[in-house]
Design a protein. Structure first.
Length: 318
């Protein structure tokens, strides 16, 4: 582990931070981490920050993270994009952290000229997509009419710097659409350190609606619209978090659903699958409640460069 220069100050506003959770386990390595929360902006940070993140990303992380819901997820996200950015019509869309490229392929079919970034771009490139390793490689390709980040911002060491760089790539009339786990939502409060979507240390930052809007404002964006909830993310957040609290190893049900090796015996796989399915049924009501009342496990926001006369509209997830 590597220490930062001042671990007891908020990286964003430099105010004092306090320990929110003393011990949160990485579901892959089972290493413990803390989550610190700022007394001023309520932004959360994972601590300590690993010297290198390579060991925490690998075959068990990359590719297929949506399992059988992948195409549904891409269609739902395209509907959100169309609500704020309109139809593709040959305009340019950049997906930062595009994974295996499923969303980009759907956007291309919808008429967008697509580009992506991904730290491990091989899977997306194998689909014939134009994918780079980082935003810094795209300066000569701006501007983009729409830029998306689906559960990516929380992975960056410095999310404000990344948002500023993304702002430089966005057309003056363009729109940014991004999603992050809601660290201040009901799910996060109920399950505490067992909440599936904390995913330390890959999630270096933990956003509330307030802290996310502060980041966007300071990067030169104005929020236009909020949505609350991504159905499959939220439902699994309830079921897998309940399992994490009661039955090791963590995230085994999620790994089974996405075809990953869990290292557990067949009888344990059966138990995790059976209980996970039961908990999904029990989680349907709180999932819909959270999405309806803006207390879900996911925040989605559309923002435009400051000065573009935003229309603030709250909405539920799809």
């Amino acid at each position: 582990m590597a220490e930062t220069s001042n671990p007891r100050c908020c990286q964003f506003c430099d105010r004092a931070v306090a320990v929110q959770f003393e011990r949160v386990l990485d579901p892959q390595s089972l290493e413990p981490f803390q989550i610190l929360v700022c007394s001023q902006c309520r932004h959360g940070q994972t601590w300590p920050v690993p010297a290198t993140m390579d060991a925490y990303y690998g075959p068990q992380y990359h590719g297929g993270r949506h399992g059988f819901t992948s195409n549904y997820c891409a269609r739902r996200r395209l509907r959100l994009v169309s609500q704020v950015a309109g139809q593709g019509g040959g305009r340019r869309l950049l997906d930062v952290g595009c994974g295996d490229g499923t969303f980009l392929l759907g956007a291309a079919r919808a008429g967008w000229a697509v580009t992506g970034t991904e730290m491990n771009p091989d899977a997306a490139r194998a689909e014939g997509l134009d994918v780079y390793r980082s935003v810094s490689e795209l300066s000569g390709q701006a501007p983009f009419d729409c830029i998306t980040l689906w559960h990516v911002l929380e992975h960056f060491a410095d999310p404000l710097a990344e948002l500023c760089a993304i702002r430089e790539l966005l057309a003056t009339s363009g729109v940014l659409v991004l999603a992050v786990p809601d660290a201040d939502g009901t799910q996060a409060r109920v399950w505490g350190p067992y909440w599936m979507h904390r995913d330390v240390p890959r999630h270096l930052h933990h956003f509330s609606r307030h802290s996310l809007e502060l980041h966007l404002n300071n990067a030169g964006f104005t929020v236009e619209r909020w949505w609350h909830g991504e159905f499959e993310y939220d439902l699994l957040g309830w079921s897998q978090s309940a399992l994490n609290r009661s039955l090791p190893p963590p995230n085994a049900f999620f790994q089974i659903l996405t075809g990953r090796e869990t290292g557990t015996r067949p009888v344990n796989r059966f138990v995790h699958t059976s209980l996970g399915t039961l908990f999904c049924g029990l989680g349907l009501l709180p999932t819909w409640w959270g999405m309806l009342f803006g207390r879900s496990g996911t925040l989605i926001v559309a923002a435009r460069p400051a000065g573009q006369s935003p229309r603030k509209i709250s909405g539920t997830g799809i």
